[in-house]
Design a protein. Structure first.
Length: 257
């Protein structure tokens, strides 16, 4: 079934009645509904303003003509002029007259808009009814049930995936926190290691300097010790030779005795 053609926008109709016979609204091309509304409002207010100005100008000209035709020699003329209606009354009368002039065009415009809405909504409602009838007559219920079951399973899988994603995010955040703590501890250990190496290096340098100075003085001490030992050895040799001679003499004397 072919779709019905969209109804013509009533806002493009009846403008001659609203704006008067001397002003015609002839759009060159059909515009978007929102643009038509703004254009129609602008033209309507412009024409209403022009109509009001023309009416006020006509009343002013009529007042001037009546003033020129007045007989100022007659005292009743001045009294009648002073007793005329106030400007506020004239303005109210003008507004009432303007409202009365607009009553018929606005009523016609209201009828056109209602007809436009009816022509617009009716095809939509008809199309919806046809779609519902088509679904009831041609849609496989088993297939639809399968689709619904598949959709339900997909939703459950999506929920599981979202939960797993949340758990992964939580685990990732915990691991990042632990990594930051471990990095801080490792940095502290590196600092302590550097301090320990610095202390050990300083101590080793001091001990090496002491050992070097001790080794340098060891040769002199050894020379002194060797000389002392040689001297002591010579003294011992002298003492041992004298003692042996004395012992030998004693042995000879004992034999002689």
């Amino acid at each position: 079934m072919a779709r019905p053609a969209p109804p013509k926008d009533p806002r493009l109709q009846g403008t001659d009645t609203i704006l008067g016979a001397s002003h015609h609204f002839r759009p060159r091309k059909l515009r978007e509904p929102e643009e038509d509304v703004h254009a129609f409002d602008r033209d309507l207010f412009r024409e209403l303003d022009a109509l009001g100005r023309a009416d006020r100008e006509g009343r002013r000209m009529r007042r001037c003509d009546s003033d020129e035709s007045m007989d100022w020699d007659d005292e009743s003329t001045l009294v009648a002029m002073l007793q005329d209606a106030s400007p506020e009354d004239d303005e109210d009368e003008f507004l009432l007259a303007l409202v009365n002039k607009l009553k018929a065009p606005m009523s016609a415009q209201s009828v056109s808009l209602k007809q436009y809405l009816a022509d617009t909504l009716l095809p939509v409602i008809t199309r919806m009814k046809e779609a519902h009838e088509t679904m009831e007559d041609h849609v496989d219920l088993a297939f639809g049930t399968g689709i619904l079951a598949f959709d339900e399973v997909c939703k459950k899988l999506e929920a599981i995936a979202l939960r797993d994603e949340d758990e992964l995010k939580t685990a990732y955040m915990d691991s990042q926190t632990k990594i930051q703590v471990l990095l801080a501890q490792l940095q502290t250990a590196y600092t302590r290691r550097d301090e320990f190496f610095s202390t050990v290096s300083t101590e080793l340098d001091a001990r090496a300097a002491g050992a070097t100075s001790a080794l340098e003085s060891l040769s002199a001490q050894l020379d002194h010790t060797v000389s002392q030992l040689e001297k002591k050895s010579k003294e011992l040799d002298k003492e041992s030779s004298a003692a042996s001679k004395q012992k030998m003499l004693r042995g000879i004397l004992e034999k002689l005795a």
